[in-house]
Ligand binder design. Structure first.
Ligand code: PFF
Length: 451
């Protein structure tokens, strides 16, 4: 059977934007921006998206379009020796990331439902914290994880055009419209001006003083939010039927993803400032606790909360499908399994891997620090080394297709891939490993000892 392709260029771009825009923009971005001092983090992050994220998307696009294959098959086709196995790393990373991504997405579904049925009434942070405790672990959490994975499986089983392309054409515009509405509302709140100055006035002193933390955090965020480092963009580009201008497409995708992240700041910070909550008390639960407390205290908070949490759920869905698609494409291309059973089997396996995360949040750290802090970064490193040093001529040739006048873009790109990306990624990888070892020998060991 012929391999599926996107029906339209817009479909491809929206699918990639849908993959990029997700929990990373809405849940992770505000809390790490808060943690690293607001505007200082924002500028560093913006610089990284342009200098490192954009070339990294192109790396994956070029590999995918060249081979028309899933990431494992693509690297096997282009590389020899050990390189031909590198794609396996993506499969492992995809499994782990999707398993906890779905659990966290389930929290958002649950909060949306709480908003609809009961409203947000807890102004006391301790009570809001207790609510987060019941939402984030237990049998109900498992149920919402299952519901979310069923949605993901349903879309992927329906195929590239009828599943992914159709659903992102609805989801992505809905996300953008809802966000614009929320940001406009944020503008009317009392805390808006304090929030904007916190968010937007650059403070180079803070960057200089804390660069060892800010740089890797910003680099990690840039990769995660753009969905690079695990072959998802290879997979999506492999469904391109014709030679289009990949650089233009990558630019649009990076720009839209960034716009959404920046807009989220315009929503979240005014809401927090208006009820006097200081952003930056980090951690996965922070945004739930502080936002539910804020929604309880501001006019129209209930509707606002439902729209906000619901929008995040949609954004998470359009990202999660891209990860399952990457995994499913492997079974379809390499083992000849058909789409529906492949989607059900892999989706179920991912669901099972996520079960421990619904039992104890310690597993969220165990998975996230490994997958996001190490595996995703390692994936980016391998891809950059491969394209920059092993197949630069093939890569350049592929990039040129569909671009009438390349100027010096291909050279600039290859050099960005060869050196700056590799350096940034190596530093982040080192720090990620140090962090993980700390975690395994510290918090995790204590937790195990207490069992
Ligand atoms: N980019 C997604 C987000 O920001 O939430 C997360 C993600 C999706 C990461 C797909 C990696 C990936 F391959």
């Amino acid at each position: 059977m012929a391999r599926e392709t996107w029906a339209t260029r817009t479909g491809f771009i929206l699918a990639a934007v849908g993959s990029a825009v997700g929990l990373g923009n809405i849940w992770r971005f505000p809390f790490i921006t808060g943690q690293y001092g607001g505007s200082s983090f924002l500028i560093t992050y913006l610089a990284f998206v342009a200098l490192i994220g954009f070339p990294a998307i192109l790396v994956e696009f070029v590999i995918g379009r060249r081979t028309d294959r899933n990431p494992v098959g693509a690297l096997r086709e282009l590389g020899s020796g050990a390189w031909s196995y590198a794609g396996w790393l993506f499969v492992v990373t995809g499994f782990i990331i999707l398993s906890y991504y779905s659990v966290v997405a389930g929290w958002f579904l649950r909060y949306t439902l709480i908003g609809i049925t009961e409203g947000f009434t807890l102004t006391d942070p301790a009570e809001a914290n207790a609510l987060f405790g019941t939402v984030s672990t237990g049998l109900d959490t498992l149920l919402f994880h299952a519901v979310f994975m069923l949605l993901v499986i349903g879309i992927i089983a329906a195929g590239v055009r009828r599943g992914i392309e159709l659903s992102v054409k609805v989801m992505v515009p809905v996300i953008v419209v809802l966000l614009l509405g929320l940001a406009a509302y944020g503008f009317t709140l009392d805390g808006a001006s304090a929030a904007y100055s916190y968010y937007l006035s650059p403070d180079f002193g803070t960057i200089a003083a804390n660069w060892t933390e800010i740089l890797p955090a910003a680099a990690g965020q840039a990769f995660f939010t753009l969905s690079v480092g695990m072959g998802v963009m290879i997979t999506y580009a492999s469904y391109l039927g014709e030679d289009r201008n990949l650089a233009a497409d990558a630019g649009i995708i990076a720009a839209l993803d960034t716009l959404v992240a920046v807009l989220v700041g315009f929503v979240v910070f005014p809401i927090l400032f208006s009820v006097g909550i200081e952003p930056g008390t980090g951690g996965p639960g922070a945004i739930f606790v502080s936002l539910t407390a804020a929604f309880a205290g501001i006019p129209g908070g209930r509707i606002l909360g439902v729209v906000f949490f619901g929008m995040v759920g949609i954004a998470a869905l359009s990202s999660a499908i891209s990860i399952l698609e990457m995994l499913v494409s492997y079974l379809i291309d390499e083992l000849g399994v058909s789409r529906v059973p492949a989607s059900v089997a892999l989706g179920t396996a991912v669901f099972l891997l996520g079960v421990p995360v619904t039992i104890d949040l310690m597993f969220l750290n165990l998975y996230d620090l490994l997958a996001d802090g190490i595996l995703l970064v390692l994936g980016s490193l391998l891809l950059a080394l491969f394209v920059g040093w092993v197949i630069p001529d093939v890569a350049r040739d592929e990039l040129r297709k569909g671009i009438a006048d390349i100027g010096g873009l291909d050279d600039a790109w290859i050099w960005a891939v060869r050196i700056p990306i590799v350096i940034v990624v190596l530093v982040s990888l080192y720090l990620g490993i140090v962090d993980y070892v700390d975690f395994l020998t510290g918090d995790f060991a204590d937790w195990l000892a207490a069992r």
